[in-house]
Design a protein around this ligand. Structure first.
Ligand code: WTA
Length: 649
């Protein structure tokens, strides 16, 4: 029998927690046993840490694949994130240190946030928004984005945040699908040293057919904005509202938000999340995985609120836990490549949560930027969004974390709502590149083609076999698509679309999307393992590999690599050296047939490599649908660079 996915790379380095960290950690080893003994009681206990207007009668109603959690309970998300802190005397604590890209700053305490959210909630009500309505939010990373989300939650309206980098067409499609009545936007925002427009894109989008009645516009950049009949300035409407607003109780299963996942080509799926279970798991995971000490820590998650990471680990999890956060509007290389490090020093950030794409970009830029800054305040580092290559993990640990900080590699999805697989700092001995174990209360496994759990040392499909509180409740208006996409590959199991392996110790390694798996001479090889082998070479900062049709082997491995800062021009013999390096690291079967040095890789707007497009290049085809690319020019650059450069076969 062929293996579902070969296990190639092995990793022996391990980093146990220091006794000091373990002694002070929020998570203790017993927590796994506690959850194992009685899963539902465990989640019930976590839910009990939220504020409920009315307690639930049933913890879980499960009619696969449809779940309801904390049924009969009533709560308000905004009350949990704000009122509670102010009532309990934490109103003066800083909620956000905001920094705009041009360098403007704003400090907002929990009391400030509550006042602003109350005014915004009154403003929404004055525009006729009520519980059950949908509101689209299309904003830059400014505090008003968070205020808008919490104001929606406060009045029971379901928010649909659309990332500010999406086009008018994408925005319109999402507005239509969710039938949003209101759009909250800004004139624009700052990125890469310049103002970019948002309001004109909304105007463009709304030339199509849609149910939008009003557009509420925050003034951020001061760009000229044409204000029509349906448009209203945030400062005109919100500023004059009363700062009194009572948060009403909503059902535990009340719709909190829809968030569209773009996928690669298909129509985006409106991932639907509700309130009680989602908040329970977002807050619990934020407390345990980031070891948050709200009175001391300065926490910075670099995601945009347009992604699920921004929802769960900027807005809901951290605010429910009363954390103090940094949020930043702009890009990491404006005005220079040390911007993020400068801010870590300035705000004395203790916990940093970011994505492998940024970590590898930093590696590419070179160590001099982080080395210039004092990063000693950091005590914990997190990663999310893609598999993190062991060498990138080591670089993160050494150069950013000063060999001091535990790293939590957190696996989860828009669909799962909150972290599912991750080390627990202070408990888990981590391995570079592994997300380690399912969190307490979560049941995830690696299975073979027939859905049976694989043995240690083998690869297969990553599945979840028990419902979890923050799971998606469906695809908005498309129940059949929900069943088909997530629950049809294996009977009764949620299949996430990712491949994974279990190592000899039972630690989990996520190996990327199964759609990307390559088949070389009958061996199924994950792109992640070959990429990690390439990144473990001194010269390589980032790599993407694809399987290209090959007469001899079915598919042959073609690698695209970005060199590390300081490596300079491509030296003779580098390609050969890299091939040999991969051969040596993981075996001759994974030796790339071809290696191309490039300056950029095609990525989605959330930073994931789009291997499908590279496959087109590798197979000398016209490049397919590139509309979900963050930078549409990248493919042109790659093709042109390759034509002018030397190609080795
Ligand atoms: C990938 C982001 C490996 C994975 C929260 C997943 C990861 C998809 C990791 C979801 C990780 C996310 N290790 N792969 N730690 N975290 N992924 O919906 O393929 O933007 O299915 O949610 O990202 O991406 P999404």
């Amino acid at each position: 029998m062929t293996e579902s996915l070969s296990n190639l790379l092995s990793e022996n380095r391990t980093f146990p927690p220091t006794p000091e960290f373990a002694a002070a950690a929020n998570a203790k080893p017993e927590i796994y046993d506690e959850a194992e003994r009685d899963r539902l009681a465990f989640w019930e206990k976590q839910a009990g840490k939220l504020h409920w207007f009315k307690k639930w009668n049933t913890v879980l109603e499960w009619k696969a694949p449809f779940a309801k959690w904390f049924v009969g309970g009533k709560l308000n998300a905004s009350y949990n994130a704000l009122d509670r802190h102010v009532i309990e005397g934490r109103g003066d604590r800083v909620a956000f240190y905001f920094e705009g890209e041009p360098g403007d700053t704003k400090v907002l305490t929990y009391a400030d946030m509550l006042r602003e959210v109350k005014k915004a909630a009154n403003a929404l009500t004055s525009l006729g928004i009520k519980d059950g309505d949908r509101v689209a939010i299309y904003m830059p990373m400014i505090p008003e984005a968070v205020i808008a989300m919490l104001a929606c939650a406060r009045v029971g309206a379901t928010h649909s945040v659309v990332f500010g980098g999406f086009s008018a067409d994408s925005l319109l499609a999402r507005i239509q699908d969710a039938e949003a009545k209101l759009v909250i936007t800004a004139d624009g925002g700052f990125r890469k040293g310049a103002a970019f427009p948002l309001k004109p894109i909304v105007d463009d989008a709304l030339k199509g057919s849609h149910p939008v009645e009003r557009v509420l516009v925050v003034k951020r950049t001061g760009q000229e904005s044409a204000m029509g009949e349906r448009d209203i300035w945030w400062h005109d409407l919100v500023e004059k509202q009363r700062a009194e607003h009572e948060a009403k109780p909503f059902d535990s299963e009340h719709s909190l938000f829809i968030l569209y996942t773009s996928g690669t080509t298909a129509k985006p799926k409106g991932i639907h999340h509700t309130t009680g279970g989602y908040l329970t798991q977002a807050a619990f995971t934020h407390r345990m995985v980031f070891d948050i000490k709200p009175e001391k820590d300065i926490y910075w998650c670099t995601a945009d609120v347009g992604w699920v990471t921004g929802h769960s680990y900027i807005v809901y999890g951290p605010m429910i836990n009363g954390a103090t956060q940094v949020i930043y509007e702009g890009t990491p290389d404006t005005p220079h490549k040390g911007r993020i490090f400068e801010m870590i020093e300035k705000y004395k950030v203790t916990i940093l949560y970011t994505a492998p794409t940024l970590i590898r970009t930093w590696m590419k830029w070179g160590d001099e930027f982080p080395n210039k800054q004092n990063l000693k305040s950091l005590r914990l580092l997190g990663s999310v969004g893609e598999p993190i290559n062991p060498e990138a993990w080591m670089w993160y640990r050494e150069v950013i974390g000063g060999n001091r900080c535990p790293i939590v590699d957190t696996w989860w999805q828009t669909e799962t709502g909150a972290i599912m697989i991750s080390p627990l700092p202070g408990v888990t001995a981590t391995k570079p590149g592994s997300a380690m174990l399912p969190l307490p209360g979560i049941s995830a496994k690696v299975v073979d083609d027939s859905g049976n759990p694989v043995a240690k040392g083998s690869g297969g499909y990553l599945i979840i076999d028990k419902p979890w509180p923050s799971m998606l409740r469906g695809v908005w208006k498309e129940p059949a698509r929900y069943q088909e996409t997530y629950w049809s590959r294996f009977e009764g199991l949620y299949f996430a679309g990712d491949g994974a392996k279990l190592d000899g110790d039972g630690a989990l390694w996520v190996l990327g999307r199964v759609d990307d798996v390559m088949n070389v001479s009958g061996h199924r090889i994950s792109t992640t393992e070959v990429e990690s082998a390439l990144v473990s070479h001194d010269s390589v900062a980032e790599a993407a590999v694809v399987g290209a049709k090959d007469d001899l082997t079915g598919q042959a491995i073609v690698a695209f690599v970005i060199l590390r800062g300081g490596v300079g021009a491509v030296q003779d013999g580098l390609e050969k050296a890299l091939k040999e390096h991969v051969s040596k690291e993981i075996g001759p079967i994974a030796r790339p047939k071809q290696i191309m040095v490039v300056n950029e890789l095609p990525k989605t707007r959330s930073g994931k490599i789009m291997r499908r497009l590279l496959r087109d290049v590798a197979e000398n085809r016209a490049v397919g649908d590139a509309t979900t690319l963050a930078d549409p020019n990248v493919m042109k650059l790659i093709s042109e660079g390759l034509k002018s450069g030397k190609r080795e076969d």
